[in-house]
Structures are given as structure tokens and as C-alpha cells.
Design a protein. Structure first.
Length: 188
């Protein structure tokens, strides 16, 4: 759920931050979202190939760290000049997209591998719920945080993603062997 909340945040919060807090042009948020989408589409396959030979939990930990770093970079957003804020937004959008390309296929494969035989459908529905709930809650939750403080919003998101790292390290020991072993190579 932390990963989905992280993914939903740029679509939920960035346009509001640009318009209401930075008083900048909306092309900034549009460019960030567009560039991020292009990165996910073009980089996902090479990233998945790069992850071959590493465990799925390692891929998820990498995504959590990258999300956390990107959110932390947005903490000072309202304290810097608009051109610096624009560069931070565009760079972090690219970082978010790489993190999404890391976690999306990895989490899907991990959920499938974690399902006990005969419970694949139930595991899939729980996995889908883990996407739906944060996407439904993100706009209101993040707008509420943003009304308190820009820095608080990004700091909480950074800490949420960072907290996934120790959780994954603990879970790795309890998950099926398939999630601890290296991922298979990507077919040509």
C-alpha cells in the first residue's frame, strides 16, 4: 500500500503544489507527469531485465528507497526559488517513475508467488485491494496534509516509503522461497 500511495501522490498532489503553493504554471506538473509516464513505459522492460538475478524483495526494497529519497527531495520545495523547485519536481518525477517501474511488475510477481496453491484468486483480490484503497484515499489524505504543510506532506510520504524497507526485510524471512530467490530472466 505504501508503494501505491507513493505512485498516486504525484498525480494527486503535484498539480496542487505547483498551483497553490509555488504559484507556478501548470505546465510544470503536466511535464513532470508526462515525462514520468514516458519513463515508466520505456524503462520498465530494461529495469525488469536488470532485476533478473535479484530477489523480488530486493527489487521492492530498491523501489522503497528510491521513493523515499525522491519524497525527501521535495520537502524544501516551497523554500527554494521556482526554477529550483521546477528542477526538483522534474527530477523526482523521473525518480518516482523508475521506482514505479521497479515495484509494479515486481509486486505483481511477488503477490502471485506468495499465494498458496488454490488461493491465487483470493491473493490477487487482496493485492488489487492494496492498490485501490490508497488510490481512493490519497487525494483527500494528501490534500489534508498539504493544508498543514508542504514539508510535512513529503516528509510523511518519505517516512512511509522508508518504513517499507525494514518491513520487507522482516517479511523476506517469512515469505515463500520463490520471493527470496533470484527472479527469472526476462524472455526475449
Amino acid at each position: 500500500m505504501a508503494f501505491t500511495l507513493a505512485s498516486a501522490s504525484k498525480f494527486s498532489v503535484l498539480p496542487i503544489v505547483v498551483r497553490d503553493l509555488l504559484h507556478g504554471p501548470q505546465w510544470i506538473a503536466g511535464a513532470a507527469i508526462t515525462a514520468g509516464t514516458v519513463v515508466v513505459v520505456t524503462a520498465q522492460r530494461p529495469i525488469v531485465a536488470l532485476l533478473a538475478g535479484r530477489s523480488r524483495t530486493a527489487g521492492l526494497i530498491g523501489a522503497a528507497v528510491l521513493f523515499a529519497v525522491c519524497f525527501a527531495l521535495l520537502v524544501p520545495l516551497t523554500a527554494v526559488p521556482l526554477p529550483v523547485a521546477t528542477v526538483l519536481i522534474l527530477l523526482t518525477s523521473l525518480g518516482f517513475s523508475v521506482a514505479e517501474a521497479l515495484f509494479g511488475p515486481t509486486a505483481t510477481a511477488a503477490a502471485a508467488a506468495a499465494a498458496p496453491p488454490g488461493a491465487e484468486g483470493r491473493a490477487s483480490s487482496i493485492f488489487q485491494l492494496s492498490w485501490g484503497l490508497p488510490i481512493a484515499l490519497a487525494p483527500g489524505l494528501l490534500a489534508g496534509l498539504l493544508s498543514v504543510s508542504n514539508a510535512l506532506t513529503w516528509a510523511i510520504l518519505a517516512l512511509t516509503c522508508a518504513s517499507a524497507v525494514p518491513a520487507l526485510l522482516v517479511l523476506r524471512k517469512k515469505l515463500p522461497v520463490a520471493l527470496r530467490e533470484p527472479s527469472p530472466p526476462v524472455a526475449g
